[in-house]
Ligand binder design. Structure first.
Ligand SMILES: Cc1cc2nc3c(=O)[nH]c(=O)nc-3n(C[C@H](O)[C@H](O)[C@H](O)COP(=O)(O)O)c2cc1C
Ligand SMILES: C=C(O[C@@H]1CC(C(=O)O)=C[C@@H](OP(=O)(O)O)[C@H]1O)C(=O)O
Length: 390
């Protein structure tokens, strides 16, 4: 399975093509739109989210509510486009006219893609970079992940995400293990945090940060249950599933780190307090006494819940900006800024969940028969039985 996305943040919209989905997967726009709605929420976002109402228009690959094996495509409209039709126009225009219309950006923001993208593609108008480096693209990735989540659900695999830290305010570790419960609480919380007291502190901190013209990041956690053991492979670097997930998480805009299970804490503990003892019983087959390694050993799933955490840096666009250099004058400046999010960690937790879902679905489709949904399920169920008795 693979996918491509296209679309500029203030262009007409986002286009997605997904290739390799099994035929016979029930798929409706409503289910995908629910994921898009969750991504748009979250305390700390800027005014853009009040303009957009993200919804997919399914344009190919689905007939009477089910996939037919051909590429599935979506279009997500940018409602903001109507305010940008001149600046982001697609038809060629006269160069003199263009100067007035383009709202040329020559002042790169520290922490964004502006300067590097300008150098790489030779754009003296940095808008040509920021339009695509914008996290607007994560709407497309969530639509893709929503399809993956629907596929996984048919296979008995569920995911949820929540926020564990914002700007240094940490949520108390929770003992909730059911994914459904985590999802329920996170979806109700404005910051997608399971700890109510910490959630309030996070919101206060976001308010204060916004007032000071600053931004903050945080840590999100994704949990996936029901994956069979042995998915991925130890035999080659590019077949290790934990590595693929790590790459996918860090590919999300502003994500700078990833950990599984206890993660970096493993560096501080002896082996006896890191590795998970192996047990067996008739009902479950093999399982681990603890899950400190977060569901992976040797690049393969252990069958225990997958626990992935991602670190998001603070948003680069600051209302009280840092010093940068104008690429035309080479003079230092402190840019005046337009709208921006002050904190997008809650929204990003939804993105992270969907990105992980895609990697899990793709790994299953590579390892098992995946042309037909029913046969895929049969084969995976059979593999689960085999692994239990192994
Ligand atoms: C959901 C979400 C919303 C974001 N909103 C903004 C924003 O409003 N302003 C901004 O400057 N960056 C925002 N970012 C972060 C930038 O897109 C990101 O920092 C930029 O693409 C540069 O990539 P890098 O940080 O991965 O190096 C957001 C990221 C996510 C995931
Ligand atoms: C559009 C989205 O996020 C955008 C991500 C983003 C950035 O620089 O990454 C900058 C902002 O764009 P704008 O200047 O248009 O408000 C965010 O709103 C979205 O999440 O759908």
């Amino acid at each position: 399975m693979r996918y491509l996305t296209a679309g500029e943040s203030h262009g007409p919209g986002l286009t997605v093509i997904i290739e390799g989905l099994p035929a016979g997967l029930p798929l409706t726009a409503e289910e995908i739109n629910e994921s898009l709605r969750l991504r748009q929420g979250g305390y700390g976002r800027g005014r853009r989210m009040q303009i957009e109402k993200d919804q997919v228009k399914i344009t190919a690959g689905v007939r009477h509510g089910k996939t037919i094996g051909s590429p599935v495509s979506f279009f997500v409209e940018n409602r903001d486009w109507k305010h940008w039709t001149d600046i982001m126009g697609i038809e060629p225009i006269d160069e003199d006219e263009a100067k007035d219309l383009r709202r040329v950006v020559t002042r790169p923001r520290p922490g964004h893609a502006d300067l590097n993208g300008g150098i790489k593609y030779g754009h003296r108008d940095l808008r040509n970079v920021l339009e695509r480096s914008s996290a607007r693209e994560t709407a497309a990735r969530v639509a893709v992940g929503a399809v993956a989540k629907i596929l996984l659900k048919h296979l008995g695999i569920e995911l949820a995400s929540h926020v564990v830290e914002i700007g240094g305010v940490k949520a108390e570790a929770q003992s909730i293990s059911e994914v459904e419960k985590i999802r329920e609480i996170a979806d109700q919380s404005p910051v997608r945090c399971l700890d109510e007291e910490a959630a309030q502190k996070m919101m206060n901190l976001i308010d204060e940060t916004k007032k000071n013209g600053n931004s903050i990041g945080g840590v999100v956690e994704v949990i996936a249950t029901g994956m069979p053991p042995g998915v991925g492979s130890h035999v080659h670097y590019d077949r290790k599933l934990d590595a693929k997930i790590a790459g996918a998480v860090v590919s999300i805009n502003a994500f700078k780190g990833v950990e599984f299970g206890i993660g970096f804490e493993a560096a501080r503990r002896p082996g006896s307090e890191v590795h998970d003892e192996i047990l067996w019983n008739e009902e479950q087959g093999y399982f681990r006494k603890t899950n400190r390694l977060g569901g992976f050993e040797g690049g393969m799933t252990t069958g225990m819940p997958i626990v992935v955490r991602g670190v998001m840096k603070p948003i680069p666009t600051l209302y009280k900006p840092l010093t940068s250099v104008d690429i035309e004058t080479k003079e230092p400046f402190k840019a005046s800024v337009e709208r921006s999010d002050a904190c997008a960690v809650p929204a990003a937790s939804v993105v992270c969940e969907h990105v992980v879902a895609w990697e899990l679905a793709r790994a299953l489709s590579e390892q098992f028969y995946s042309d037909q949904m029913d046969k895929m399920k049969e084969q995976i169920d059979e593999f689960r039985r085999y692994a239990r008795e192994f």
